[in-house]
Each structure stands twice: as C-alpha cells, then as structure tokens.
Write a protein that binds this ligand. Sequence first.
Ligand code: ZN
Length: 205
Amino acid sequence: MSHEEHDGGLTDEKGTVVLMATATTDRDLTLVADFVNTLDVQSGSDGLRSAEALRGWLVERGLLATAHPVTEAGLGRALALREAIRGIAERNNPGAEVPRDEDPVETLNRIATEARMVLAFDPGGGAHLTSSDEGVDGSLGRILGAVFVSMADGRWERFKACARHACRWVYYDRSRNRSRTWCSMDECGNREKARAFRERRKAGR
Ligand SMILES: [Zn+2]
C-alpha cells in the first residue's frame, strides 16, 4: 500500500484516510487539538461555521477528498464530535469542573459507529485504524482514530481542556508531573488565581 502524505493525515491510493498506529510524533494529537480549537469558546469565533467551512478544513488537512460534499447533517455530526472530544479532554483535567448533564461518550460511540471504523493489517507488519467511509464520517473517524491511538499509548491523559470554564481551550500538557491546569498562565491561570483569592477574602478565610 502506498501512502501519500498530507499535512495532518495519510491517505492511501483510493483516498481512504488511514492512520499509522506506529506514528511516533504528536502530529495526530495536534490534529485533534486543532479540530477542537476551531471553536474559541471564549470569543465565540468558530472556524467551522458552515458545511463549506468544514469541507475546506478537512480537505486542507488531507482528511477528505476535494470532490466530497459536506451536508448540514455532516456538519452537525462534526460539531457534536468537537464538543464530545472537548468533554472527555476536560475529564483529563482534575482542576476542571465537569458538567454532569453531558455524556460525551455516547456521542463518541455514535460517531465511531457512523464512521464504520476498521482495523487493517498490512504486509509490512503495521496496522492501521481506518474508516471504511470515504465521506465526512470517514474524516471524523480519522480524528477519533487519533484519540484512540493516543489512549492506547498513554498520551491521552495529557490532552486537556483548560480548567477555566469560559475558556475550555484544549492543549497537550507537557509538564513533567502532568500538572498543567490552564491553557496559559497569562490568559487563564492568573485570572483564576486572582478570582480564587478574591473569593477567599470575601469568605473571610
Ligand atoms: Zn484557558
């Protein structure tokens, strides 16, 4: 199987997106972070405002063949996936308040089913987690595949959503003891610390 390499993804000769299970770089998780951070929760700025914007985003990253259309329903599934991944990333951050009324896992399972994920072994001794769908569901499957591989190799627990609820930006925590709570100290850390200080003072503690 020959692979053509794109910016963030790998596709085979049929344009089916595959994921190298043996990838040693963090390129896959960078892709996941880029996807989730297309929505800046704080400012409301959204890179996936329309089906066409989603199509452009996926094509640019080699996740979707140019000819494939993206429907409104496909956009809806992508946005649901985006928030579900943000939701499970938030659970990786002990400092974050996790909303109890949301069930991101149910969404992830639904998207995985729709993407018809398959495990494919190749003669070279490797294996790919891929999607048998060539449309937008397959693209979303590629993103899910990256989440899965990082869970399997232990990197996932460092993938977090910022503990400041107004922010919820996702990032990869490279700190030695996995203690990073905020996306950045300037943007969120200091603000949260100041807020906690004010609250303690008000409470007379
Ligand atoms: Zn933040």
